[in-house]
Ligand binder design. Structure first.
Ligand code: AMP
Length: 277
């Protein structure tokens, strides 16, 4: 696979890389579509990266369905799939880690202390292996986008980081491989995350600019759902993940499942044409 991608580079064809952990859904496929539109060659990596899971997280039960993923990738006509084994990615003695200071520290960094070091390490390895012209990431994982952009800038990696809008179910729930963990009642309750973002965007569109009041709008909507336990609901700057900013970011447990979502409140929520509720 790697030899193939390097040969393509030799032929001066542009390469788009879409890093994933598999269990592919329409969100992943929209990244593939974006890559297809902008590159001659599309490479998708499928690797459940143990480094980005903390102790007690869901590494062991993370959904894996290679046959289904391969069918989806074949149908999407990707040119190559890079699916390394854990041993190939991290052979014994591989002790190097990439740590992106500051932007990886608040919010997800507090909730998941080893997460972004794992992400930054595997993304650096994937970019080095595939040498893409462009790499595609979902806005769904907004802090990951900020971490990857900083990493690419700081390490002078010549790749264009492209960000693709969040794909949502019709009721607003952001697609996620972890949605598969939700029971039917939890699935219903999980719409509170996108509903909270929608309400905060509507409040902003109505003229509310006070971050604490916009955060209160988020919390009120999340707290109204008994099955939802909020971890954070804040407005931050999308590049630094510090205040002030207009990116509303939320994390909550719905039952045992941890979900995240985000939306820039200065932009109408998808489906809200006026932005006013
Ligand atoms: P994952 O397999 O969860 O690591 O996700 C792989 C990539 O797909 C990441 O860049 C995610 O941000 C992106 N992604 C996940 N869910 C969505 C979604 N609902 N819409 C758009 N991109 C997504």
């Amino acid at each position: 696979m790697l030899d193939a991608s390097r040969r393509w580079r030799g032929a001066e064809r542009s390469i788009g890389l879409v890093p994933t952990m598999g269990a592919l859904h329409a969100g992943h496929l929209s990244l593939v579509e974006a890559a297809r539109a902008e590159n001659d060659v599309v490479v998708v990596s499928v690797f459940v990266n143990p480094l980005q899971f903390g102790p007690g997280e869901d590494l062991d039960r993370y959904p894996r369905d290679w046959d289904r993923d391969l069918r989806a990738l074949t149908e999407a006509e990707v040119d190559a799939v890079y699916r390394p084994s854990t041993e190939a990615m991290y052979p014994p003695g591989a002790t190097t880690r990439v740590r992106v200071a500051e932007v990886s520290e608040p919010l997800e960094g507090v909730a998941r202390p080893v997460h972004f070091e794992g992400v930054a390490t595997v993304v650096t390895k994937l970019l080095t292996a595939v040498e893409p012209d462009r790499a595609y990431f979902g806005q769904k994982d907004a802090q990951q986008v900020a971490v990857v952009k900083r990493l690419v800038r700081d390490l002078d990696i010549g790749v264009d980081v492209r960000v693709v809008p969040t794909v949502r179910e019709t009721d607003g729930l952001a697609l996620s491989s972890r949605n598969a963990y939700l029971s039917p009642t939890e699935r219903k309750a999980a719409t509170a995350l996108s509903a909270a973002l929608r309400e905060a965007a509507a409040a902003y569109a109505s003229g509310e600019r006070e971050p604490s009041r916009l955060e209160a709008v988020l919390r009120r909507r999340l707290d109204a759902e008994p099955l939802v336990e909020v971890e954070y609901a804040e407005l931050v700057d999308p590049a630094t993940f510090r205040k002030p900013g207009t990116l509303a970011v939320v994390a909550a447990r719905v039952g045992k499942t941890r979900l995240i979502d985000n939306h820039d409140v200065a932009i109408p929520f998808p489906g809200d044409s006026s932005g006013v509720s």
